[in-house]
Design a protein around this ligand. Structure first.
Ligand code: ATP
Ligand code: MG
Length: 301
């Protein structure tokens, strides 16, 4: 149960722009009802004894076509149906006149790509494996429910704990996928190469859990290479040709991990392994922190 107040103060810092969205930091005011039930009052600035403020992000959809707005609501609905320690929590969605806003938990240390770039060359292999396994566990959970995320990339992985101090592990949460790519233009889909699965560039109705496996493979590459994205410098038509010619993305020199990644980056969706298998393989690989996985295999064509 929630309602809105006519107050513009709820919006704080602008965090960035996404696909048809703008993200702001915000505060969610949660008050306890008299009968003990939680009554959620969004964006209120009032205080009372039984209330608490929750740090959130407000993901505001740009003025959009009806189909895009529907896809945005579908995402909000997907995210509020699921519950997993490595998935960002979505409080709900608000409609304020023509504004559509998704309210998501604020995750302290921001996106993984920014973090990896900032700490280039300092992140240990074990740390990276932990993040990969946490991501695989969230995706395995979705796979078990036959749900597709559709926008897995390092930018959409948020760090709840950095895990740089001795004895602490990182803790990640996968953010919501935003506007589903099924309503994006071909140009916008091409822009998502190499994360988007090849079969989905051609035809959006090919979206399935297999598509998440391809994106997972690309995300593992990003993690290995400290957020250095393959094909980053290429033009849209070069990217498209890359997929059409079924070229392979660069692989890391660490053989076992390279094998796992190449299984995910299989042009035949049906041949990609299940996340259950991926998770098992990841936990069986015993990473040695002295290994350098940031380098590209020199034997790679
Ligand atoms: P997309 O749907 O394409 O992922 P988006 O609207 O989610 O788009 P992003 O580019 O993913 O936009 O995020 C914009 C910025 O907001 C990023 O810099 C990220 O740091 C920040 N951000 C997004 N979600 C959260 C969150 N839950 N907690 C903290 N920061 C966040
Ligand atoms: Mg995002």
């Amino acid at each position: 149960d929630m309602h809105l107040l006519e107050d513009e103060d709820y919006k704080r810092a602008h965090l960035g722009q996404g696909t048809h969205t703008n993200i702001y930091e915000g505060v969610l005011h949660v008050c306890s009802g008299v009968n003990g039930e939680d009554e959620t009052e969004y964006f209120s600035t009032e205080q009372n004894n039984n209330s608490r403020d929750v740090h959130v992000v407000l993901k505001m959809l740009d003025p959009s076509h009806r189909d895009v707005a529907l896809a945005f609501f579908e995402t909000a609905s997907l995210m509020s149906q699921v519950s997993h320690i490595h998935l960002a929590f979505v409080h709900g969605v608000c409609v304020r006149g023509s504004e559509n806003i998704m309210v998501e938990e604020y995750i302290e240390h921001g996106p993984l790509d920014v973090f990896l770039r900032k700490n280039k060359g300092r992140i240990m292999v074990g740390w990276k494996f932990t993040v990969a396994a946490q991501l695989a566990s969230a995706l395995s959970y979705l796979e078990g429910k036959n749900l597709v995320h559709g926008n897995v990339c390092a930018k959409n992985i948020l760090l709840a704990r950095k895990g740089l101090e001795d004895g602490l592990l990182p803790f990640i949460k996968l953010s919501d996928p935003g506007v589903s790519f099924t309503v994006l233009s071909r140009e916008e889909r091409v822009d998502r190469i190499p994360w988007i699965a090849p079969e989905c560039v051609r035809d959006v109705s090919n979206l399935s859990t297999a598509a998440d496996k391809w994106s997972f493979g690309t995300t593992l590459l990003e993690i290995c290479f400290d957020a250095d994205v393959p094909l980053k410098e290429r033009t849209p038509s070069e990217k498209e040709r890359f997929y059409e010619k079924k070229h392979r993305l660069p692989e890391p020199s660490f053989k076992e991990l390279a094998t796992l990644i190449s299984q995910c980056l299989n042009y035949a969706p049906g041949e990609r392994p299940s996340f259950r298998t991926i998770l098992r393989d990841l936990t069986q690989l015993q990473p040695d922190n002295r290994l350098d996985i940031t380098s590209v295999n020199p034997e790679f064509p």
